[in-house]
Design a binder for this molecule. Structure first.
Ligand code: SAH
Length: 244
């Protein structure tokens, strides 16, 4: 019997150029590609000729089970997750559900996460110790998010905020900034990137005081510097500490 396998593939921020060669190769070798319909739409035409199974957002569990059912038939299946599949992505859910399908191997393929692709566009905002925090309270209690924001501020970490806003949570970035401003200076250097690798790419730098009133959307990633981060020629620099 041939080995049954599902790949959980991080597809990078958007365009094919942002995919790793390994991810691209695995997608071309698979029979079935499953994912959120927005991400399937972004795929190169050649891959769209494969069997595609799309599900809307918030139906992640259903999508995972469908992927396992296809793999159980002996097809080579990939489940697509934007950025890196193991950073606010599908990797953990696939491994959890995978316990119900012991004869199917789950293989995670890394991708370029928004913290990396966004940082590159802004310069070098996370070139020292940093943490990522998601502001989505769909699966995490808001109290936990607040606790982590305070801990990151107290630790003088540079931060990357994922999921800074959605239709339902328009004021979350403001609430997060207010918490950070309990500890951090309003002059703290910050930035944002929107639609990395997609149509509508936009980025900018600002202070934490200004970020409080910034309107992010669900395709925005927000960067907050540490106490040494500075803005130079419209770029964010978090120094490693070299004496130059
Ligand atoms: N697994 C993804 C993150 C998914 S959570 C990754 O590793 O990048 C969704 C959040 O990721 C968005 O709200 C946004 O903050 C960020 N994000 C994902 N793709 C993005 C893109 N193309 N441009 C800007 N931010 C993005």
């Amino acid at each position: 019997m041939s080995e049954k396998i599902i790949y959980v593939v991080g597809t990078g921020p958007g365009r094919e150029e942002g995919m790793t060669i390994e991810a691209r190769k695995i997608l071309s070798e698979c029979d079935v590609l499953t994912g959120y319909n927005v991400y399937l739409d972004l795929l190169p035409e050649e891959l769209k000729k494969k069997e595609l199974i799309s599900t809307p957002m918030r139906q992640e569990e259903k999508r995972c089970r469908m992927a396992f059912e296809e793999a159980a038939k002996g097809k080579k299946v990939a489940i697509l997750s934007s950025g890196d599949a193991g950073i606010y992505g599908m990797a953990s859910l696939m491994l959890e559900i995978g316990k119900e399908f012991p004869d199917i191997d789950v293989c995670v393929i890394p991708g370029v996460t928004a913290a990396s692709s966004g940082a590159a566009l802004l310069g070098a905002p996370v070139n020292h110790d940093f943490c990522t925090i998601s502001l989505s309270d769909l699966l995490t209690p808001w109290e936990t998010i607040e606790k982590r924001l305070r801990a990151a501020a107290n630790g003088d970490f540079a931060m990357v905020l994922y999921n800074p806003s959605s239709h339902r949570r328009k004021d979350y970035l403001r609430k997060a900034c207010e918490i950070l401003l309990e500890t951090l200076s309003p002059e703290t250097a910050c930035g944002y990137v929107r639609n990395i690798g997609r149509e509508g790419l936009e980025s900018g730098v600002m202070t934490l005081g200004e970020l409080k009133d910034f309107e992010a959307d669900m395709f925005t990633t927000v960067f907050i510097g540490n106490s040494c981060t500075r803005i130079e020629r419209n770029r964010l620099i978090t120094p490693r500490g070299y004496k130059i």
